[in-house]
Design a protein around this ligand. Structure first.
Ligand code: SF4
Length: 366
């Protein structure tokens, strides 16, 4: 029957099955188990995963190695719909911001950021965010809901497909940073599952070093960090002083720097692996000599890279960006103390795609 319908109709038919689960919520192991339990060959799961994730083509008619019964079973049990890109904004520096609509009408943003010969994609993990950081657009929305693994993976797939179609010269699989909307450790289980699927050899086959999770310091999630593969970790530090960090990241009132570093020290790092400390540099707030001294106190003896991000002012922002000369001076002083420091070039600032500037409400109105 399926062979007689056109591919587009076939996809619609497959995506409209009410009882079906999103295929993108299934790990290979789970799919394999489901097939086995239902009397199918377990190894068909590998074939199906390759088709869906390597070719981005859930048209199982395209391969002749799957039986008719297997195809019908998969078609009846799973949906293959992806989030819809409803708006694309291109920045002058080739950063691309996507406004993506989920099945329930909620919207999140993801951003493709060019680095050297490839792209990194910044993924959202929640609709809105509960952390209410004072410098962050997203924090203004509050938390609406967690994303499912399928919605996290869906953001990656639609952006990657867009890349293949629109920038075919840069189609290597993008690296991932969980630095979009939401606190990824506050949605631990779904983020964990998405990472597991991203790493699957028969699927997207990313390396664990291609994935970075950035947290504001959500301690209950950090306590579970060792459950994840050895992906990279970034902490939004932003101040070495509790009093100031409380203002920037209210979460710090519950999980102070002392508690945070105690937990971070328990995370096992691989050889040559570091924790990245994001440091949003804000004029007259955290760019003083006192901050340099205390940064050295916290990070001097730790395997740390400090990533300075000069604050991006947005309409109504409560903070100011320091002058470039001040940014450079801050960096040099830290380096003189022996710390490893990078200054992140702000990407996509003309479309508000920089750190802490993702907000679907705002992007519709700007
Ligand atoms: S900076 Fe991150 S953790 Fe803080 S409110 Fe924004 S999205 Fe949430």
């Amino acid at each position: 029957m399926v062979a007689k319908v056109k591919f587009a109709e076939y996809i619609i038919m497959m995506t409209s099955k009410e009882a079906a689960h999103s295929f993108y919520n299934q790990s290979l192991e789970e799919l394999s188990h489901t097939l086995h339990e239902s009397g199918f060959k377990q190894k068909s799961a590998d074939e199906i995963f390759r088709l869906v994730y390597k070719r981005f083509n859930p048209n199982f008619e395209a391969v002749d190695t799957l039986s008719r019964r297997t195809i019908d079973f998969i078609s009846n049990h799973y949906r293959f719909d992806l989030p819809k890109i409803v708006k694309v904004q291109n920045a002058d520096d080739n950063t691309v911001k996507f406004l993506v609509e989920l099945a329930d009408g909620n919207q999140v943003e993801s951003v493709l950021i060019p680095f050297a010969k490839k792209y990194t994609i910044c993924l959202s993990s929640q609709v809105g965010c509960a952390m209410k950081c004072s410098f962050c657009f997203t924090g203004l929305q509050g938390l609406k809901r967690n994303l499912e693994a399928s919605e996290i993976i869906g953001q990656y797939i639609v952006a990657y497909k867009w890349l293949r179609e629109n920038r075919p010269e840069k189609i290597a699989s993008p690296n991932i940073v969980f630095m979009g909307q939401g606190e990824p450790l506050h949605n631990f289980d779904q983020v964990k599952k998405a990472i597991e699927i991203f790493l699957t050899t028969e699927g997207l086959h990313l390396g664990f070093r291609q994935i970075t999770l950035s947290t504001a310091g959500y301690l209950p999630g950090l306590e579970r960090f060792s459950e994840l593969p050895n992906i990279n970790l970034a902490l939004s530090l932003h101040s070495p002083i509790d009093e100031d960090r409380n203002k920037l990241i209210p979460l710090n009132k519950r999980y102070s720097l002392e508690k945070l570093f105690e937990k971070l020290d328990q995370i096992k790092l691989l050889k040559r692996q570091f924790i990245t400390y994001e440091y949003l540099l804000i004029k007259d707030l955290n760019d003083r000599d006192e901050d340099i001294t205390l940064l050295n106190k916290w990070l001097g003896q730790r395997r740390a890279i400090i990533n300075i991000i000069p604050f991006n002012e947005f309409p109504g922002a409560p903070y100011k960006r320091p002058l470039t000369s001040k940014v450079n001076e801050f960096k040099t002083k830290l380096e003189r103390l022996g710390l490893t420091v990078k200054v992140r070039t702000t990407k996509g600032s003309d479309i508000l795609a920089a750190c802490g500037q993702l907000n679907t409400l705002q992007s519709k109105t700007l």
